[in-house]
Design a protein around this ligand. Sequence first.
Ligand code: APR
Length: 228
Amino acid sequence: MEQKKKIVFLTGAGMSAESGIKTFRDAGGLWENYPVMDVASADGFARNPELVHRFYNMRRADLLKAQPNEGHRLIASLEKDYDVYVITQNVDNLHERAGSSNIIHPHGELMKVRALDDDTKVFELKPDAIETTPETIINGHHVRPHIVFFQEAVPMIEPAIDIVSQADIIVVIGTSLAVYPAASLLHYANSRAQVYYIDPHPAAVPSWVKVIEKGASQGMKELIETLK
Ligand code: APR
C-alpha cells in the first residue's frame, strides 16, 4: 500500500468567513469593534476578566449559529486520499464539525475554558451551557477562556513546526500572516514541498508560494483540480 502524501493546511479567520464568522483585520472585522488589548490580552484579562468572559461568550454565541462551509468540508474530504493535518489559528470548531481528524489549535479553542489554579483542568463548554453555566466558575474552579491571549506563549507551535517540516504539500488559507509565530509556519516547509496560498486579498509571500486569489471554498475546488 503506497504511503499517502502528507498535506498540511494552515488556516486563519478567512477560512470561517463564508460561515459568517467575522475575521479580525478585514473591514468590519472584530478588531475594528473591540480594543484587542482589552479583550484578548493577558493584561486585559487581569484588568477586567468579566469583559473578557463576555467577549468570548459573544463569540461562542456567534459560533453556535455558524456551520462549517464547503471549504471546511473539502479539506475533510481529502482524508481519503491524503494524510491530512489542519493547523488552524482559528479558535472555532468548524474544522472538527466538518469532519477533519488531525487538528491543532495553536491559539486555543473557543468552546473550552480552563481552571485558573490548574491549567491542566480544561472543560469543554456544551452548546447550551453558553447561556446557563456561570461563565467564571466550573467544578469550584475559577476559569478563563482556553485561548492563547496576546502576550502569552504559544505552546503548540513546536508540534506544528514538526508537522509542517514533514509536509509534501502545504496549503495556507485565509490568513493575513500578520501574527507570529503562526505566520512563520510556512517558512518551515521543506525544499520538496509544494506550497499554496488561498486568499482573495493575499498578503505578500515568497515567489515559491503558488497564490490562488480566491475565497476558501472556490480556492479549495481549484486546488483539488490542480492536485489531481
Ligand atoms: N476566504 C478566504 N480568505 C478570506 C476570505 C474568504 N472568504 N475572506 C477574507 N479572507 C482573508 C483576508 O483576505 C485575510 O487575509 O482572511 C484573512 C483574515 O486575516 P485576519 O483577519 O488577520 O485573520 P488571521 O490571519 O487568522 O489572524 C491571525 O490574529 O487576532 C489574532 O489570534 C487572532 O488567530 C488570529 C490571528
